[in-house]
Design a protein around this ligand. Structure first.
Ligand SMILES: Cc1cc2nc3c(=O)[nH]c(=O)nc-3n(C[C@H](O)[C@H](O)[C@H](O)COP(=O)(O)O)c2cc1C
Length: 427
């Protein structure tokens, strides 16, 4: 019997996902100036829950208010807001679906507007100046142990507030991913050097979180297949980490890739605005990390979720039936159509809308920018476009599919500046 997107999935901890579609994490930027959840989160997650996905992952929630991925993040750091988290969890599970909190520390990828001297495994700044990140300071051991405790505390708060699972973010160049990569981790102590040492912080977090939340609570990890950088975290290393995560009883492994220096998480180079669109012939095997999925499958004892590039229903079914994945992760498509999962499950829709991919970022109004900067801005504009759609849904509106990339970029910039200003007034 072929598998269907509507089939349920039992996880190692015993929890059951009602279908094979998951909304992958997308940072919402909807928190208040104290980094607490708001009514806008409630609106957004209620809408997504009703949209039919078996699993919703929240945008990354920070374990430390001085280290945010952006100023509008939710953080759990003795800043109150537990009632708001409860309301968010209730709304986000209203359809019998799971809602898991993605937990993160951005490390050196903290914007300088939040913290000009963020903590990181080593004092190695990222090479993309345009990302506006702070100048990292090497953590001492007490600071590493403190971060581990904070992850565990945040997971416990998530469980107590009604989130039905957690996902530890160890991808995309944030702190756990920085520990894993020899390019950002130059330490010579027990937290750097060998892969075993570089993976120590992540494995400690999983082990301690399991002890704190119990055996029946889902713990997932988002991991890079690789960093796609010479001297970085490799595919072979990633596969070894997957083995170890299996031994720690991880319930779902989400595969992604890239970081701020290599934005592979949101697409092939040729997918980016201003470049030619993906050829029709590659559409059915469109997801970016499926080849890695095939390689990692034999050592992955837990179910696999692959995120990045899926749009076609048939492509999702093929990957599921080829045994390449157990759960299809969808992010940007759900910012255009929050009902998409229901439509894919019933067959009402054969492909996700990706209007932003067909748009080219208007270059003239940007002034004299070189090609590299223009390309980078194109990638960020697409992310900004999805972000602005989430803000609209948070305000109870529908997505605006006619919004231009330029308009989105401008609105996003203004939003971030205002959020940073409000955040600093509280500190
Ligand atoms: C607006 C936006 C925000 C994102 N925020 C997060 C995040 O908070 N955590 C995370 O792990 N990935 C984040 N991602 C990456 C997505 O989860 C996903 O890996 C990526 O968009 C590829 O999937 P897609 O092709 O279905 O969009 C974000 C992506 C976008 C577009």
């Amino acid at each position: 019997m072929p598998l269907n997107l509507s089939d349920s999935l039992k996880l190692p901890c015993g929890a059951v996902l009602t279908n094979r579609l998951a909304k992958a994490a997308m940072t919402e930027g909807l928190a208040d100036e104290m980094n607490r959840a708001t009514e806008r989160h409630v609106n957004l997650y209620r809408r997504w829950a009703k949209g039919g996905a078996g699993l919703l992952l929240t945008g990354n929630v920070q374990v430390d208010r001085t280290h945010l991925e952006r100023p509008g993040n939710i953080a759990i750091d003795n800043n109150g807001g537990l009632e708001a988290l409860r309301a968010m969890a209730k709304a986000g599970t209203c359809n019998g679906n799971h809602l898991w909190m993605q937990i993160n520390h951005p490390g050196r990828q903290t914007p300088a507007s939040v913290n000009p001297k963020p903590l990181a495994p080593s004092a190695v700044p990222i090479t993309v100046a345009e990302a506006g990140c702070g100048d990292p300071v090497e953590m001492n051991e007490a600071q590493i142990l403190d971060v581990i405790k904070r992850f565990v505390h945040t997971a416990t708060v998530a469980r107590d507030c009604g989130f039905t699972g957690v996902q530890i973010h160890s991808a995309h160049g944030y702190l756990m991913s920085q520990f894993l990569s020899p390019l950002s981790n130059h330490r010579r102590d027990a937290w750097g050097g060998s892969l075993e040492n570089r993976a120590r912080a992540l494995l400690e977090i999983i082990r301690s979180t399991r002890k704190a939340v119990g055996n029946d609570f889902p713990i997932a990890v988002k991991l890079n297949s690789a960093d796609f950088q010479k001297g970085g975290f490799t595919e072979d290393e990633s596969m070894q980490v997957v083995r170890w995560l299996g031994e720690e009883g991880v319930d779902l492994l989400e595969i992604s890739g890239g970081n701020y220096e290599q934005m592979n998480m949101v697409g092939h180079a040729e997918d980016q605005p201003g470049k030619k669109p993906v050829a029709e012939s590659t559409r059915l095997r469109e997801a970016y990390f499926l080849d890695y999925a095939t390689k990692v499958r034999p050592m992955a004892t837990m179910p696999l979720m692959i995120t990045g590039g899926f749009t076609a229903r048939q492509g999702m079914l093929d990957a599921l039936n080829a045994g390449e994945l157990d759960v299809v992760g969808l992010a940007r498509p759900l910012s255009s159509d929050p009902e998409l999962c229901r439509k894919l499950l019933t067959g009402e829709t054969q492909a996700a809308p990706r209007p932003e991919l067909a748009m080219v970022l208007d270059r003239a109004p940007l002034g004299p920018v070189d090609d590299r900067t223009y390309r980078l801005m194109g990638v960020w504009a697409e992310v900004a476009w999805s972000s602005m759609q989430m803000i609209r849904m948070g305000d109870g509106k529908d997505p605006d599919l006619n919004m231009s990339l330029l308009e989105a970029l401008g609105a996003y910039d203004a939003n971030e500046r205002a959020a940073a200003e409000a955040y600093h007034k509280t500190r």
